[in-house]
Design a binder for this molecule. Structure first.
Ligand code: C2O
Ligand code: CU
Ligand code: CU
Length: 543
């Protein structure tokens, strides 16, 4: 597969940049403001918003006592309306960017980190060279300029590092933040806003005795995905939110490397879902609990009116069984050998989920996430709308490949996680990965549904595709795993626009995805970041 001319140019520029910047020691080069640009701002792009984003090492107070060394992004508004940027000072969270549909944004990314990096706008429909493909990674002392129009509908999006092979580590260090898009349709609904529109970024971290982040990427953690032993919300441990007796909009974002949450209110109140990855649903849905895998978002409505002052409520992750039955026998043997222990089964009895976990907070266990305290009386004038925003259902018959779905088989082998048996390689698009621009495609993610693709272990895979949002057509479950499936099935939101979908062991999920407007390379990958780094990632070439 031949490279794009863009990439050629990029490589050329990169070598030039190393020549200049490499001679100078960090951080003096960066602080002099002399960052080397790898691409130029275009003169015919007139931005409504222009923001500079500086990535650099920093120290923040997360736990009591010593500060924690993180990688922080600090933004500066060069031009644009107020309220577009919140740096989330004092936390490792990257700035929250708030844009409006139709705005033209220029984001100037400066890399002052002692590593290569690049940012990807997760869920946004932007040109290929603005999408943060790992081939655009910039070195320390370099600048990458993004210019794009916000084409997406209102919703909760986010952004994060996408540097090849180190995405998991970099996101863990702090390179991830929220990107909120609003539009007129959403505004007209008069949903809770301002202080009553609260993003909750869910992440897990482990700390050592000196309050420093611990990240281990041994074989076991990479195959399973890294699991921290503490839950942080918006970068803070033991998160407590005081609320008033009125309605709230909570934007829940799973920014964890690999942890899957089964979200529920501890008093049994159903979760009222008003939005997912790609914005508001057509109408609210009530679920006893909601599954939220890495990369997924859910907007929940919660009304505290009528609750007594002082009432406490906890958002929890409930127990579930993440493993397919097929994986257990094999893991028994592997656990014995690798952990020196003799294959104890984890609390949930699942193969990968519990048994192999080296975290004190295994995947699928039962734990609190955030505490809510009703602290203020207030007259709430918001009531839950019966309908939200209209969504046109995509039709299978309109897919370019309506009777020949593109199958993506998910599998794991020793030390690798594969898509159709392939591992990630830059510039390696195969014929079945080429897609005509402006076509609608029927795509199925097969996680051992028919037992077809041989896989050594059965794990859930949150599958993500760059570019435009997709719709879920159907979920099919092989009967042999249905027992485990019952512990999660009621928590899937299958309506609305999605960019990430959790595919359970033994499951096949079929989606319809438009590939409009932009040609070039767009990634598809597992959003378990350790799996992604292990190679469970490929490019589609839209042409
Ligand atoms: Cu959020 Cu390619 O990822
Ligand atoms: Cu993405
Ligand atoms: Cu995966």
């Amino acid at each position: 597969m031949k490279t794009t001319t863009d990439l050629q140019r990029r490589k050329l520029l990169k070598y030039t940049a190393i020549g200049i910047a490499g001679a100078l020691a960090y951080p003096s080069w960066a602080e002099m403001g002399g960052l080397a640009k790898v691409n130029a701002a275009s003169t015919d792009f007139l931005p409504d918003v222009e923001i500079e984003l500086n990535m650099k090492p920093a120290e923040v107070a997360i736990l009591n006592g010593e500060k924690t060394r993180v990688w922080k992004i600090i933004g500066k508004v060069i031009s644009g309306p107020s309220g577009v940027l919140d740096n989330n000072d004092g936390t490792y969270l990257a700035p929250t960017l708030s844009f409006k549909k139709g705005q033209k944004v220029r984001l100037i990314l400066n890399n002052n980190l002692p590593a290569q990096s690049i940012l990807h706008w997760h869920g946004l429909h932007v040109p290929a060279n603005m999408d943060g493909n790992p081939m655009y990674a910039i070195n320390q002392g370099e600048t990458y300029i993004y210019e794009f129009e916000i084409l997406n509908r209102a919703g909760t999006y986010f952004y994060h590092s996408h540097a090849h092979g180190v995405t998991a580590r970099q996101v863990y260090s702090g390179l991830a933040g929220l990107l909120i898009v609003s539009d007129d349709q959403e505004q007209a609904l008069n949903l809770p806003s301002g202080d009553f529109d609260v993003p909750l970024v869910l992440q897990d971290r482990s700390f050592d005795g000196q309050n420093q982040l611990v990240y281990s990427a041994h074989m076991m953690q990479r195959m399973q995905g890294f699991l921290g032993d503490r839950i942080l919300v918006n970068g803070r441990p033991d998160f407590v939110l005081p609320v008033a007796t009125r309605a709230y909009r909570f934007r829940l974002v799973n920014g964890s490397n690999s942890r899957i949450y089964k979200l529920a209110w501890d008093d049994g109140t159903p979760i009222t879902v008003i939005g997912v990855d790609g914005g508001l649903l057509a109408a609210p849905e009530h679920h006893p609990y909601v599954m939220l895998a890495p990369g997924e978002r859910v907007d929940a409505w919660m009304d505290f009116s009528g609750r007594a002052l002082g009432t406490e409520l906890t958002l929890r992750s409930l127990p579930f069984d993440a493993a397919g039955h097929g994986g257990m026998g094999m893991m028994g043997g592997m656990g014995g050998g690798m952990m020196g222990g003799g294959g104890h089964r984890g609390m949930m009895g699942g193969g990968m989920g519990g048994m192999m976990s080296v975290s004190t907070l295994p995947s699928g266990s039962d734990y609190p996430i955030a505490k809510i305290r009703v602290a203020k009386k207030e007259q709430g004038e918001h009531s839950l709308p019966k309908t939200l925003t209209p969504i046109t259902a995509l039709q299978v018959k309109n897919a370019a490949n309506a009777d020949k779905p593109k199958t993506i088989a998910l599998s794991m082998e020793h030390m690798s996680a594969l898509l159709n048996g392939r591992s990630y390689k830059m510039d390696d698009v195969q014929p079945d990965e080429m897609i005509p621009v402006n076509s609608l495609q029927l795509i199925e993610f097969d996680n051992g549904f028919g037992g077809g693709m041989h896989s050594m272990m059965n794990m859930p895979h949150p599958m993500h595709m760059h570019g435009e949002q997709f719709q879920i057509v159907k979920r099919e479950m092989s009967s042999r795993s249905s027992e485990n499936y019952d512990t999660v099935a009621a928590g899937f939101i299958n309506s609305g626009w999605k960019d990430t979908v959790l595919v359970m062991p033994g499951e096949k999920v079929t989606v319809l995805k438009p590939f409009n407007d932009f040609k070039g390379l767009f990634m598809y990958h597992c959003h378990n970041l350790e799996h992604e780094d292990l190679g469970m990632m490929r490019d589609f070439l839209i042409k």
